[in-house]
Design a protein around this ligand. Structure first.
Ligand code: FES
Length: 121
C-alpha cells in the first residue's frame, strides 16, 4: 500500500461526497461531523459506482439498487432496497440481490497533514 493524497480539505464539502482516486482506485471522500472519511467508489453488490448516490447523514445510497453504506466505516446499513430509486417488493429485492449477502464497502483510514488528505491504497 502507498500513502496517496486524495484531496485537500477545501475540496471536501460537508454535504457532498467528492469523487477522487487513490493509486488507481476510485475513492469517495466526505466530511462527516468534522471527520474526513473515505470509501471505495464501488458498490459490493455488483461493483457499480456509488458516486452519484444520495448522501445524507454520513450514509450513501447506491443509485442502482438502494443499498446504503456508512461513509466513515463502510458498514452496510441496508441491502438492495430499490431499483434505480423506485421502491420494489421484497420478492424482487431477493431476485435483484441474486443471492449476494449484505457486504460492507471497502473503507480507508484518512490522515490529514495541513490541508492535505491521504489514504493508504
Ligand atoms: S450495484 Fe449497488 S446495490 Fe446493486
Amino acid at each position: 500500500m502507498t500513502k496517496t493524497k486524495i484531496a485537500t480539505t477545501a475540496e471536501v464539502k460537508s454535504d457532498k461526497v467528492l469523487k477522487t482516486n487513490a493509486n488507481g482506485q476510485s475513492v469517495l471522500v466526505a466530511q462527516v461531523n468534522g471527520k474526513y472519511c473515505a470509501i471505495a467508489n464501488k458498490c459490493p453488490h455488483f461493483g457499480l459506482p456509488l458516486a452519484k448516490g444520495k448522501f445524507e447523514n454520513g450514509v450513501i445510497t447506491c443509485p442502482f439498487h438502494g443499498s446504503e453504506f456508512e461513509v466513515c466505516s463502510g458498514k452496510n446499513v441496508k441491502w438492495v432496497d430499490s431499483f434505480v430509486g423506485l421502491p420494489i417488493p421484497n420478492l424482487v429485492k431477493k431476485a435483484i440481490a441474486m443471492g449476494k449477502a449484505p457486504t460492507d464497502v471497502k473503507s480507508f483510514a484518512v490522515t490529514q497533514e495541513g490541508e492535505d488528505l491521504f489514504v493508504d491504497a
